[in-house]
Design a protein around this ligand. Structure first.
Ligand SMILES: [Zn+2]
Ligand SMILES: [Zn+2]
Length: 268
């Protein structure tokens, strides 16, 4: 059985066909999913999924790309984190990919928002779901300043270099791979996946976006996460069942889900 560690089932493309998505997940052997929140306004619909279905969980956070939305305070995030079936803070982080004419210096609001999320993770004891794009130096620097050793989490939809992956592993984080790993042009990312130990890997769809090959360009759904697992299995030369088992165990351990056993997986 596979776990989708990052999906947006409250987005309109997916929200209106949850029954069909759940049936597809069942047929594909995907037994659990983490529903990711991107605005405070959206939280209630994300949380409702986790309350309604016992194999869905929810996060609480505001995505770095979201402007013109309610700015979260530490108190907002800590109170959402205390709700049942909320298992992560995020997605949060930094994204300098689309600056829209601004400079990196102008993005202080994003860095401040990220700091608030890290403080919320420390205060609540929940792991962080980190989004980083074209901003890995600042992401890692702020993470070390605010939370080094005191917070854990995952770098989701990883597309950065091997050096960034090593730095993320060094601060104790997991790395989550999406359908991008199956794209023809992603050879450098496949090298990163070869390097990241299976004990620190998660798999995700980030649906509705980034459908893996052979569904590239279509609406993504958690049922497609096995394609990511198969790619990792091929890269590491192991059985797909081993990838399923490891990534599911990592998911349980990271998000402190019932049934998880504390394991000492060390540092690399
Ligand atoms: Zn993201
Ligand atoms: Zn996302």
């Amino acid at each position: 059985m596979f776990v989708d560690s990052h999906c947006h089932l409250s987005f309109p493309e997916l929200a209106e066909r949850i029954d069909e998505i759940r049936a597809d997940m069942r047929s594909a052997g995907v037994d659990r999913a983490l529903c990711i929140c991107t605005t405070l306004e959206e939280f209630e619909s994300v949380h409702a999924l986790a309350l309604r279905y016992d194999n869905f969980w929810a996060s609480a956070g505001v995505h770095p790309d979201n402007e013109g939305v309610r700015e979260p305070t530490l108190a907002d995030l800590v109170s959402l984190a205390a709700k049942p079936r909320v298992v992560a803070i995020g997605e949060t982080g930094l994204d300098y990919y689309r600056l829209n004419g601004r400079s990196v210096a102008d993005m202080e609001w994003q860095r401040e928002r990220f700091r608030v999320h890290i403080r919320a993770a420390r205060a609540s004891g929940l792991p962080l779901v980190i989004h980083t794009r074209s901003a890995s130096d600042d992401t890692l620097a702020i993470l070390r300043e605010e939370g080094a050793g005191a917070v854990t989490g995952v770098f989701h939809c990883f597309t950065e270099t091997e050096a960034v992956a090593r730095a993320a592993l060094d601060v104790g984080f997991c790395i989550s791979f999406s359908g991008i790993l199956t794209f023809k042009t992603a050879e450098a990312l496949r090298d990163v996946a070869r390097m990241v130990p299976l004990e620190r890997c998660l798999i995700e769809t980030d649906s509705p976006y980034l459908a893996p090959v052979p569904y590239r360009g279509k609406t993504n759904s958690p049922a497609y996460v096995p394609f990511v697992a198969r790619q990792i299995a091929a890269l590491k030369g192991v059985a797909v069942e081993e990838v399923a088992r490891a990534t599911s165990a990592n998911f349980e351990r990271l998000f402190q889900l019932p049934g998880h056993q504390e394991t000492d997986y060390g540092k690399t």
